[in-house]
Design a binder for this molecule. Sequence first.
Ligand code: C5P
Length: 225
Amino acid sequence: MNTQHIYNIIVAAGSGSRFGASLPKQYCLLNSRPVLMHTIENMRKALPDSHIVLVLNKDFIDYWAELCEEYSFVSPSIVEGGDTRWQSVKNAIDKIPADAQVITVHDGARPIVNADMVARLIDALDSAPGAIPVVSVTDSLRQINESGSTPVDRSLYKAVQTPQAFHADKLVEAYSLPFDATFTDDASVLAALGYDVTLVEGDTNNIKITNPLDIEIAQLYLRQQ
Ligand code: C5P
């Protein structure tokens, strides 16, 4: 596929409240550069000539411009985020031209996105309206219920990562539905329309920076790239 018809939404408008730092996690330094710059650069490497739409919280747009100046970094086009991840993605979708064939959605807080995995996702779109990267769950799992909790068979579950890739027309249609609290990722929005996604092998290094220690772990993974 011609990558010029691929639009990559990178959502980075969250406040990162679990991270506990004064700055949202996407702006914290990883190998002396903001996490978000690694994310954008790795998406650019994975899909050269494709387009990136960066979603930022409106209170951080000026700060991002200062960072780009400081690090001599060329920013993708910017869209203002919303109160929920769903709203942030929707704001970006509204700016994507009608000739888009594929839209990917990636969390700005996942800087270790790898080109082979992205290629697997795009290839999988030949036979499915959406493709998402998944990895096996290594922890034991329990289901919480009224009487406490019960163990469940972890081989029946997968952990879902981003980027998630979709036929553009299907994702645009799915995002025209009203918001529902069960929308935890873009595949769940697509599922509300009755479209199913195909599962592609993810990458255990593709962590979402969530806790301060994740920065140290990401540093190790970046060295392996
Ligand atoms: O909070 P969580 O880590 O699950 O967020 C996943 C991604 O969605 C992050 O990259 C975050 O910046 C983004 N997000 C957003 N707009 C929101 C909430 C989250 O762009 N309102």
